[in-house]
Design a protein around this ligand. Sequence first.
Ligand SMILES: [Fe+2]
Ligand SMILES: [Fe+2]
Length: 409
Amino acid sequence: MPNTHAGCQTFPLPPECAEFPYISCPHGHWVDTTTFTLYALSLSIVMEPIKVYHHFKTELIDKSDRVSLVERAVHDLLMTSKLADVERESTVCWELKHSTSTAQFARVLARKRNLPIDICSVGMMLHDIYSMIHGTYKDHAHRGAPLAMDLLKDKGGFSDEELDKIYRLIYHHSDKHVWSDDPLEEFGKDVDVLDCFLYEGAFDFYLGNKPLKVFVGYLERAKRVWRELGIPQDLRFNLLNSYSEDWFGNLLAVQKAEQALYLLNMLSSESVSLSFRPPPFLILQHGRQAEFWGDKDSWTSYHGTLKSSEIECLEPALLDPCRELVAALAQVTETAPDLPYTEGDETNPEAFSEVASHLAAGTHAEARAVLFWPVVGIYELLEGDKMKKRLEELGVVAAQHEKGKKDVS
Ligand SMILES: [Fe+2]
Ligand SMILES: [Fe+2]
């Protein structure tokens, strides 16, 4: 405390003066009003008396602490929800975790991007409010923005301009594949992606629930945000780098389907580092015949990688057959070759039996397919409408159609 008594030159003040720091002291000195006024003014601007942290106890949250009030309200909404987990597409646990972690990531990324921290954290806390209340994600971003406005107006403390920013963040957050110039719109998408890709099940979920052309946007965002935060890149984010609507427009040549599966399974193994895992490929089965489909450019490039490198954890004796196989796959055929299954082939390992037996089971006319994503260690068993949709996304149907036209002519 400065010596506010012009006549008392000691610091700290003598005890008898300290009792009267802002008026006169027993020595008859009067307060130095200029010093006092400046001191009191600066104190009132930058400092407050120490207080106990509220730890979100409702009664301890200051009425002016608008962010904490909203955070508490969201948690109350979830903890008292009558909608059981079985009626939800996710769970109350997930909603609590995701809303909290995205709000915290928002505080970090908003600082990095010089955006308003309160607005960004409240926006992320509320971005999935429709799912929290109704348990479904269908159009939840668009439907959730007005619900968030109702809650915020009820709590108070946000200007119209701030409400508009939060609205934009929530309303657009699902359009990850759309790029805009609005920093608030982009913020909601980026933070959502940042949080979700920290969960191991992210690739399974997105591959199972998003069209590939939309998932491309998620992966691109993840790469950009990781780079922005200086986090080492995750090679799995390159999964759809070369994706296009006619991505698998090439039928890859291979003579022995089961042998190919065996070798590709080895290359896809967890013990082989991500940089040596093969590109995605599809096995399309017609009765006892199988076709291999993939992206020609990716396989050609992969062939080059294999030619010039030793693959970690792969015995040298197995490397040559792998190279031969990939060389064969990298060639593109004009017409579909006859690719017989060799039933009981001794190269079919026990560990790979699930996929192999699934394929071998298709002994009748019904076509089925298995789509392999080696870099993320996932394969999709495809049948019926799901298969039709996936083949269209990959461009396989289009290619077959073209081939059919050629055969007729
Ligand atoms: Fe969402
Ligand atoms: Fe979300």
